[in-house]
Design a protein around this ligand. Structure first.
Ligand code: FAD
Length: 389
């Protein structure tokens, strides 16, 4: 069993680390204070290209770099160390666009992967969260065009996007979930509200209304009824990505806490010499080791061409484990830092707020457990507890 990273893997990892440290970390406080400037974001995007990180999850043919899933995880781990969601400035086209028509690939996929335009993804609604079959956004064909009406919640990065990929039910039929690529400035697209959240994410999460928005059939992404399958493929990929961000967040918090435990003196000795602190650091290190082993193993298996059904099953496990691990580890890091860990200027305080959503978006922890429970029933416990074979 070869567990080592190749020379190429290590080079990509070190490029991503340098990028995060030099081009993301310095802008965290401005982002937290909602003062980051557009010209800074432009510079970060330029640097993402210079470090060959844009479109990191796409093939060369699709305008990416052809990185393996393991290499993608290494990148997400490094950029995931940055707070306030700055990792999202490293742009990439939404995964389902790769399944588009020739026109859709040329108009959206390739330019978005080069940083010209961006898409956001709108599935969730007031009454459709964990269960997207309750989506009420409806698409009806009239005189050869699609008329889309409905309301979407939590549309992440909508402010930075030129198009919205809208998950709608054709004729209001939940058996016909379908994706549509809608221009953000098309007549009938309105921003209803810009709610604020626990984290200070670099972009906004809009509530949007689609009021009889009319689009040509060439804006339909995939077949009628294929929407959920395309979304599921995207979920699988983003769940692994989130697991990698969480790993990076936990490592950064632990590094800050470890350094502080070394230099902070109370009762005449460094606090790391108190067993209470040392044991916390020990638990954090072991949690990270377990999470990293799990994530790299699954990423390596995906790189070797694992059956997509198994990838879906295991992506839920890594997302569940790593997001919950990050919550536990960052909480301990904050405790080690005492009052300083509670200050917004400390990255650990920001990570504490940042990682909470990782147990909610792209499927809550409960939904991941439902997937895992269902997979155990269908394929047997061995897909999680076994090894090989
Ligand atoms: C910051 C942020 C950004 C987001 N970005 C996007 C985005 O870009 N696009 C998008 O479409 N959506 C986005 N979302 C929405 C996100 O995917 C949903 O919040 C998530 O899927 C959960 O849905 P919900 O909030 O409606 O909770 P609900 O589904 O109402 O769940 C409420 C609670 O019930 C539990 N629950 C639900 N069903 C079950 C069950 N069967 N068994 C056990 N427990 C259950 C849940 O786990 C949760 O604890 C975002 C959310 C946030 C907070």
């Amino acid at each position: 069993m070869d567990l080592s990273l190749s020379k190429e893997d290590l080079a990509i990892q070190s490029r991503a680390r340098a990028f995060a440290e030099q081009h993301l970390f310095p802008h965290e406080i401005a982002t937290d204070e909602r003062k980051i400037k557009e010209k800074t974001l432009v510079e970060i995007r330029k640097q993402a290209i210079a470090h060959k990180l844009n479109a990191y999850n796409h093939t060369k043919k699709d305008g990416g770099h052809g990185y393996t899933p393991l290499q993608q995880v290494l990148i997400c781990e490094e950029i995931g160390k940055a707070t306030c969601g700055l990792w999202t400035v490293v742009f990439k086209a939404s995964t389902p666009l790769k399944h588009g028509t020739k026109w859709q690939r040329e108009t959206f996929l390739l330019p978005f992967n080069a940083g010209k335009g961006r898409s956001c993804y709108a599935i969730t609604e007031k009454d459709a969260g964990s269960d997207p079959s309750y989506v009420k956004t409806k698409a009806t064909k009239k005189k050869g065009k699609w008329v889309i009406s409905g309301e979407k919640w939590f549309v992440t990065s909508a402010d930075a996007s030129s198009v919205v990929i809208v998950h709608a039910h054709v004729d209001g039929d939940p058996k016909k979930p379908t994706l549509f690529i809608v221009d953000k400035d098309a007549p009938g697209v309105k921003v209803k509200r810009i709610p604020q959240f626990m984290h200070s994410y670099v972009y906004e999460h809009y509530e949007m209304v689609f009021d009889k928005v009319t689009v040509d059939d060439n804006r339909r992404l995939g077949e009628v009824g294929q929407g959920f399958d395309l979304t599921k493929e995207w979920f699988t990929e983003t769940r692994i990505e989130i697991a990698a961000h969480c790993l990076g967040a936990a490592i950064r918090a632990t590094e800050v806490a470890n350094h502080y435990a070394e230099e902070r003196v109370q009762f005449g000795k460094p606090i790391r010499d108190f067993q209470a602190i040392e044991f916390m650091l020990a638990d954090m290190a072991v949690e990270i080791m377990a999470a990293k082993s799990l994530l790299y193993r699954v990423a390596a298996e995906v790189s070797e061409g694992m059956d997509p059904k198994l990838v879906h099953a295991r992506a839920s496990a890594v997302k569940l484990y790593n997001s919950e691990m990050a919550g536990r580890v960052v909480d301990k890091a904050l405790q080690i830092l005492g009052g300083r860990g509670y200050m917004r200027e400390n990255p650990v305080e920001r990570l504490y707020r940042d990682v909470r959503v990782d147990r909610i978006w792209e499927g809550t922890s409960e939904i991941q457990r439902m997937v895992i429970g269902g997979q155990i029933k269908k394929r047997g416990l061995g897909i999680y507890t076994g090894w090989g074979g």
